[in-house]
Every structure is written in C-alpha cells, then in structure tokens.
Design a binder for this molecule. Structure first.
Ligand code: SAH
Ligand code: SF4
Length: 417
C-alpha cells in the first residue's frame, strides 16, 4: 500500500472553511479528470456523433449547418424516444435534410464485442468504443417482474484500488464520454428491443440505472452528469432521477455537487466502520475518512424517507463482518434515511478474500435490521459470466503516448486523483 496522503484539509475547520476547501477540491478533481478525457465523438471521416450532445450543443451544430433551432426537438425525439440510428427512418424530416444530416453526422452506438447471458438471465455486454477501448455493462432483470437494472460503467479501469475489486486491478485508462455512457444504455435497450422509450409510468424492462460498473463516477462527474441529464430528459428516454443511483467510494466534494445538481439516488460504498480498516480496503478513505463521508450523506439533498441513501457493505469473512462491526455501523448511520445493502464478496481470478458465511451474514443483517434499517443481502447475479459486482475488468490498457515515454497511467497509489 502507498503512503497515506496528508490528513484531509477539512477535518479541523469550521463549515465555511470546509466548503471553500471543497470548491478548491472540486476544481482539482475536475482538472485531474480532464487529463483522462475521452477522444472527440467523431468518426475518422469527420462525421460527428449526435449522441451525447446536450440540447444546446445539438441546436448549435444544427444552426451551424443552416438549420432552424426547432429541429433539435425533432431530432431529439428520433434519437432518444424512437431509438433511430438511421436518418432515413426519420419520417417527419424531408429527404434532402435527411441526406444532409447523414453526410455530416451519425447516431452512434458502442460496438458489441460480446454479449453473454448468464444462467440467471443476467446479460453482460462488452462494448468497444471508437478508439478501441472497452468497458462492460450488465443488465440484471428482476426475478419476479418484467423490469430490471442496467449497471453502467463510467470509466475504463479505475484510479482507486479497493483491494476486493477486480476493476481496481486495472489502472485507469480513461474516462468515458457522455456519448459512451448514454450509448451503453441505448445499446442495452437495442438488445432487448425496448424502443420507443416507454412514456410516464408505463412499465419498462430496463427500468433503472445503477452507476455501479467499472470506475468511480464522481471522478468523471462532468461526463456522467451530462449523460444522466440526457437520459432524464422527458422528451427522450425520460428515466426519472428516482430511478437512477450513483455509487461512489466516497468522493466527498463531488457528492455535494451531485446531490445539488442531479438529485439522483446515492449509494455509498462504505465497507468498513473503522478508518484503519477502511484506509486499507478502500484507499480513498485516507483522503476522505469515514466521518466526512457520513457527514456528506447527512447533507445529501435528495435523501428522504422515500429516497434513502444506500450504504453498500461488502461482507469479507473475518475482516469486516463481526457483530461489533454491525453495531458500529448502525451507530455511524443513525438518523440518516438509509438502507444497508450487504454484498457477499464475489471472487475473481487472483482475489484473496473469502465471502462471509451465511450465518455471519444473517447475524450481521439482523443487528442492522433491528436498528431500523432495511438490510437486504444482495444475492450475486451473473457470477458464472463474471458479471457480478466487482467482477468487471477489461483488457484495455492505456497506450503509451509516444515511443520511449513512460506509461501515463497512475499507479495504484494514486488514491487521491
Ligand atoms: N466505484 C464505485 C462504483 C463501482 S463499484 C464504487 O466503488 O462505489 C460498485 C460496487 O461493487 C461497490 O459497492 C463496490 O464496492 C462493489 N464491489 C467491488 N468489488 C466487489 C466484489 N468483488 N464483490 C462484491 N462487490 C464488490
Ligand atoms: Fe474503483 Fe469502485 Fe472498484 Fe473501488 S470498488 S476500485 S472505486 S470501481
């Protein structure tokens, strides 16, 4: 393990100083994130991808080619409501304009390298993006009803190196762009033929999004936020913010921003109740310790009794699964509208932890439940195809920029990126 970064600056300051420091931190996090920016969303022939553009950007490029702003609404409908990928299908647009659009633009999707369906119907996609980098997306159907969660990746690899996570063994290659994030969801919908986008409360097969795939979404906040705004737009895909959950290992300054701007549900990967253990298994804790993570949860604006914060707690045998840990957990989160998702550890090639025993899981869950928190045990899905939580990893590597230059990827010690 690496040397711990200096004590978090906001630990001993008053609230105002802490929020100013948070602004500085956010600026620093975004600057770092920009170093891992995705390539431009364009084809080698210069045609630009319309997926992933905000409405304003879409209007701007239409005006640039001499079209009226009202075309934005039309195109938005075809792209995100109808799921069209071909301009010639856009029957409300005259043929000459269809051709003009097709000369300049595309409506892209990530390439599907593999699509595997587990014995339990979980489906895992390996997607390849234009520069050849790859990421995984998983659809987890509900066991009883015709609905399910799409687990989306936000980065190729991860800068953090949580010791129990397969993705954490892959250095961060780059951030995914808004087009690539929205594209994962759209391509999964293609696979199930779920177009046009169901309206209002009409049931959906791909009914929720969890940002729990590869990567730390709050280290790629701008692209994630842009993608979620596109997905939430009522004239397109129209998925409610209540049906989107972002999971973070605890990037405190960005948790505030996410709550204020997006209002989506929050899941926090807590996994340990003492800083010494969390420092080790979730190294980001050295920067944002448990107390600060919990404080950020207490002030998360979108949390209420109807929309609880999810604490994710991976059950590692003999490491974090004692009854004393459970009691400390309920003490830490008391007063927060929360539920605790207990996640049995999912093994991956080379991992050294063991999942907790069923008895220990039940004992732990009971303590949490008796304290008034729902404590579902998340049954692993898609383990046979390595699609379960924490099992995702691709072979993508960060390319050396030029011969003789060192690899620019940060090492595992780069917990504070
Ligand atoms: N980076 C974000 C989101 C992706 S990880 C985060 O850490 O929250 C999604 C969830 O899978 C996290 O709660 C993570 O801790 C959990 N996870 C990682 N490895 C796992 C494993 N081997 N078994 C079970 N859950 C795991
Ligand atoms: Fe990254 Fe989340 Fe895996 Fe930790 S658990 S290494 S933050 S993807």
């Amino acid at each position: 393990m690496s040397a711990a970064p200096a004590t978090s600056p906001s630990r001993s300051r008053d609230g105002t100083a802490a929020s100013l420091l948070n602004d500085e931190e956010r600026t620093r996090i975004r600057a770092k994130s920009a170093q891992f920016a995705p390539p431009p969303a364009a084809l080698p022939d210069g045609r630009r991808d319309l997926v992933g553009l905000s409405r304003e950007e879409l209007t701007d490029i239409l005006v640039e080619i001499g079209e009226k702003p009202f075309r934005t609404k039309q195109l938005w409908h075809w792209i995100y409501h109808q799921g069209a990928t071909d301009f010639s299908r856009m029957s409300s647009i005259a043929r000459p304009l269809q051709e003009k659009l097709a000369e300049r633009f595309v409506i892209g999707r990530p390439g599907v390298v593999t699509e595997q369906t587990s014995q339990d119907s979980t489906r895992k996609f390996l997607f390849r993006f234009r520069d050849g980098q790859e990421a995984e997306t998983v659809y987890i159907p509900d066991r009883q009803e015709d609905r399910g969660a799409v687990c989306i990746s936000s980065q190729v690899g991860c800068t953090l190196s949580c010791t129990f996570c397969h993705t954490g063994t892959q250095a961060l290659v780059r951030n995914l762009g808004a087009a690539e994030i929205v594209g994962q969801f759209m391509a999964a919908r293609d696979s199930y033929g779920e177009w046009p986008s169901p309206k209002g409360e009409t049931p959906r097969l791909l009914s929720t999004i969890v940002l729990m795939g590869m990567g730390e979404p709050l280290y790629n906040y701008d692209n994630v936020a842009k993608a979620m705004r596109i997905i939430m737009d009522g004239e397109g895909i129209g998925l409610s913010r209540r049906r989107i959950t972002l999971s973070t290992s605890g990037v405190v300054p960005m948790m505030d921003q996410c709550g204020a701007e997006l209002g989506i549900n929050l899941a926090v990967s807590l996994h340990a109740v003492r800083d010494d253990l969390r420092d080790e298994i979730v190294p980001l804790n050295r920067k944002y310790p448990i107390r600060e993570v919990i404080a950020a949860c207490r002030r998360y604006p979108a949390a209420s009794n109807a929309r609880r914060i999810t604490f994710e707690y991976i059950m590692l045998r003999g490491i974090n699964d004692s009854e004393a840990d459970a009691r400390e957990l309920v003490r830490l989160i008391s007063g927060i509208p929360a539920k605790v998702n207990l996640i049995p550890f999912n093994p991956w090639p080379g991992s050294s932890y063991r999942p907790s025993t069923r008895e220990q899981l039940d004992r732990f869950a009971k303590i949490v439940m008796d304290a008034g928190f729902a404590s579902p045990i998340r049954m692993p899905r898609g383990r046979d195809i390595l699609a379960a939580c924490g099992q995702l990893r691709t072979e993508s590597q960060r390319l050396r920029r030029a011969a003789g230059q060192p690899d620019a990827a940060p090492g595992p010690q780069d917990a504070g990126s």
